[in-house]
Design a protein. Structure first.
Length: 265
C-alpha cells in the first residue's frame, strides 16, 4: 500500500507571499513514486504557486521539502532538475521552428568535439528521440517534422518526452489536456499512465474532475492557499471533492467525527 511507503517528496508547511498577498499558507503535500497525484481547486487556490515552489520557479518563504527522506532546498529550476523534478507548463515551452529531436534535447544538446570546437550530434539525438518515442508509445511518423505543424496532443507528448529523456523522477503537468480534443486527451493520459507505471511520481493540475477520477490515484484539494485534504481516489467520490473545493473544509465524515470527539471530551 502507498501509505506503507516513504513518500518520494514531502512538502510541509509551505508558505509564499507576493507582497501583501499570501498565496500559500502552510501547504502540505506528499508525492509517491508510481502514483498520479491530482491537485484540484478553484482559481487562486494556490495550485500553480505550489508547483512552482517544487519546480524551483519561485522560492518558498517558509516550510520544508524532503526528497527521499532528506531535506532539500530548491532555489531554482536547475536545482529541481538535478533532483529529477521536471515540469511541463501550459505553454509547453517548445520551439515551433525546430523538429522533435531538437525540442527533446533543447538546452541539453548532445555534442561531439571537432577540430575547431564542438558540433551538434544530430544523428545521435534523432536516434535517441526515436527510441524514446517508441518506448513511450508516442506516434509521430516523421521525427524531422517541425513542431509548429503538429497537433496539440503530439506537442504535449513531446514536452512530456523531454522530461522522461532526462530521467525525471517527478513530472509536474499543469493542465495537460486543457486545449485537447477527446482522442488526444485519451492519448496524453495513456502516456501519463505509462510514466506512472514505470515508477515515476506524476503531479497534475486539472479542473476536470472526470479526468481526475479516471486517471489519478490520489487527489489533494486546495482553497485560498491552503491544503484542505488529500484522498485516494478509491476512498472518495466527486461529491465529496466538490464539497471540499466549495466549502474549504474536510468532508462531512471528518467533521462529524471531530464533533463527536469534542463532545465526548
Amino acid at each position: 500500500m502507498a501509505e506503507e511507503k516513504l513518500p518520494l517528496v514531502q512538502m510541509r508547511g509551505i508558505c509564499k507571499a507576493y507582497g501583501g498577498v499570501q498565496a500559500l499558507k502552510g501547504v502540505d503535500l506528499d508525492l509517491y513514486a508510481g502514483e498520479t497525484h491530482a491537485l484540484v481547486g478553484d482559481n487562486a487556490a494556490g495550485k500553480s504557486t505550489l508547483i512552482k515552489t517544487l519546480s524551483g520557479a519561485v522560492g518558498k518563504d517558509d516550510g520544508t521539502i524532503t526528497f527521499e527522506g532528506s531535506e532539500v532546498e530548491i532555489n531554482d529550476p536547475r536545482g529541481a532538475k538535478a533532483l529529477g523534478v521536471e515540469t511541463v507548463y501550459q505553454d509547453l515551452a517548445l520551439a515551433d521552428n525546430l523538429d522533435v529531436p531538437a525540442n527533446v534535447f533543447l538546452g541539453r544538446e548532445i555534442t561531439q568535439p571537432a577540430p575547431f570546437g564542438w558540433f551538434l550530434d544530430n544523428r545521435r539525438m534523432e536516434e535517441r528521440a526515436r527510441e524514446l518515442m517508441s518506448r513511450l508509445k508516442i506516434n509521430i511518423p516523421n521525427a524531422r517534422q517541425k513542431v509548429r505543424s503538429m497537433s496539440g496532443g503530439q506537442r504535449q507528448s513531446i514536452a512530456i518526452a523531454r522530461c522522461v529523456c532526462f530521467n525525471a523522477r517527478v513530472i509536474i503537468l499543469d493542465e495537460p489536456t486543457a486545449a485537447l480534443g477527446v482522442e488526444e486527451t485519451r492519448k496524453v493520459y495513456a502516456l501519463i499512465r505509462e510514466m506512472r507505471d514505470h515508477g515515476r511520481a506524476v503531479l497534475i493540475i486539472s479542473h476536470n474532475l472526470n479526468h481526475v477520477f479516471d486517471n489519478a490515484d490520489r487527489i489533494t484539494v486546495m482553497k485560498t492557499g491552503r491544503s484542505i485534504g488529500s484522498r485516494r481516489v478509491f476512498d472518495t467520490n466527486q461529491d465529496e471533492v466538490v464539497r471540499m473545493i466549495v466549502t474549504g473544509a474536510a468532508d462531512a465524515r471528518d467533521s462529524g467525527r471531530e464533533a463527536a470527539e469534542a463532545t465526548a471530551g
